[in-house]
Design a protein around this ligand. Structure first.
Ligand SMILES: [Zn+2]
Ligand SMILES: [Zn+2]
Ligand SMILES: [Zn+2]
Ligand SMILES: [Zn+2]
Length: 175
């Protein structure tokens, strides 16, 4: 019974010290190390033209406080218009203007793949790429394309010893 009392006494003391320590930090902190926040903590997201507001966290006093987020050039609100359609022969392009700061941008649009009925000229194997001829319905030219190698199709077999064997080319290795 005496031991129990001593144990409770210790727990109470630790709790009081813990409380006082936390209280001290809070009073003295005022966040000299700054406040940490991520995009998830935005209350109002900043833009290229307006500051935002975030819920900032202080690692010293372990508390939150709202903090102003500076204007950022990563957050324009660009409205895009296509100025040239991409085709299978040439890149396209688009132009955009930010509705907030009028920043103007031009970007190219990647070429489209050739598309149409195709013939396999050379079958790919496990290790070697093949080839296909595409009769493109857009540019009306026959295009030769590479077909990626297939890679082995492993399955596990046991013929006295365990091995893995390719069901296509019969290549095998012990496991
Ligand atoms: Zn703090
Ligand atoms: Zn902008
Ligand atoms: Zn084409
Ligand atoms: Zn194979």
């Amino acid at each position: 019974m005496k031991n129990m009392v001593k144990l409770f006494g210790t727990i109470a003391l630790v709790a009081v010290i813990g409380f006082i320590t936390a209280g001290c930090d809070w009073d003295e902190c005022n966040h000299p190390d700054g406040l940490t926040y991520w995009e998830n903590d935005f209350i109002i997201a900043p833009t290229c033209s307006t500051t935002g507001l975030a819920k900032g966290y202080c690692w010293r006093c372990e508390s939150y406080e709202n903090v102003s987020v500076p204007v950022t050039q990563d957050r324009h609100n660009i409205v895009w218009t296509t100025t040239a359609q991409a085709s299978c022969i040439s890149n396209g392009s688009k132009e955009g203007t930010c509705s907030l700061c009028n920043k103007h941008e031009t970007e190219s649009i990647n070429k489209l793949p050739h598309y149409g009925p195709s013939n396999i000229i050379k079958e790919p194997t496990c290790l070697l790429p093949g080839q296909r001829e595409v009769d493109c319905t857009s540019c009306h030219q026959k295009q030769t394309e590479i077909i990626s190698a297939l890679g082995h199709s492993w399955r596990t077999v046991n013929s006295g010893i365990w091995k893995r064997q390719c069901s296509r080319c019969n290549e095998y290795s012990l496991i």
